[in-house]
Design a protein around this ligand. Sequence first.
Ligand code: FES
Ligand SMILES: [Fe+2]
Length: 366
Amino acid sequence: MYPLEDGCFAPRNQWYVAAWLSEISRTPKERMILDEPVILYRTQADEIVALAGLCPHRGFPLASGKLIGDDIECPYHGLRFGPDGACTLIPSQDTIPAACRLRSYPVAARWQWLWIWMGDPALADETLIPDHVEAKLVDTDFRNAGGNYYLVPGRYVLLHDNLLDLNHVPFLHRDSFGGDGGGAIQVPEVTVHENIVTCSFSQPNIACPPFLSELLGYDGPVARQYISYFYAPCMHVIWDSISKLDPETGKAEPLGALLHIHAVTPATKNTAHYFQGEGQDFSHTEPCLAEVFRSSELVSKALDEDVSATRLIEQSIAACHGRIPEILLKADKAAVLGRRILQAMIRAEDGGQSHRLEPADAMPAA
Ligand code: FES
Ligand SMILES: [Fe+2]
């Protein structure tokens, strides 16, 4: 499906962010992931469980079920399932059919989020989770905070396109933080190493955005240098170094660095989970940037602009029966390379055959 090859949706044998750890409690939470309903909850020993979200008896959604100890009880006829997915009780009979069980998914907690493996559990190698030390997510020099979540009404690749295309900042965000972006951002340098797309670009002389002035205690001209890392297929981390510019000499003096943290997980074929956080290596006082992001109307407006652009493009795709025309520009290089990695990951899994949509869902060819 657009912008991937017809019939291709998302790689399954990969780790994805399923939730913020703070979202998971003793009350089961349902989340659609790669078009499958999943329930997440904590055991009494505080371990996180991820199970298929539909009861195998009659398909009742288990998110409304009750936890009895560490088992989940289906509200319809009382079947119970343990944290490993095995059925532990059928109130109306003594025997438990072998097929009466829930699929359980491997999970791993890293930093503030829960990663899930939706593919073959035998291949769930935790060393494939992006390196959180290298990405600075667990770097104590940075004050990182997550917690922002959006269910985006658009397919996940559109959000990756958006995050890999920072040229939209001075335009789409003209009325929020990109208003004085100094015009188009310089054409980025892009490199690919394994499943990581790295892209660097700069804004050599712009007015300090107001939300940063507050944090930095400075509102003069600044230079910003960005290095963006896309850890396909899910995580983006953008290092954003800010320097104070001396208007006389043009000399730059470092003020600090920000970390813009994003994870994108396919929910259904045309919706995506968007997890967003922020970090900073300065001003370890209140409020931190993530709190500013949560409370600032300006910044939430900016994030809404990205969500809304994704929604509008998704609507265009629907209006064009599944595939929109596009002319890719030089500045789209990072997004194109990101798409290629996703496509290659899908192809590597059974040649993509296990990910092909049902004929009724398949998009018409361009
Ligand atoms: S549908 Fe769940 S117990 Fe019957
Ligand atoms: Fe944006």
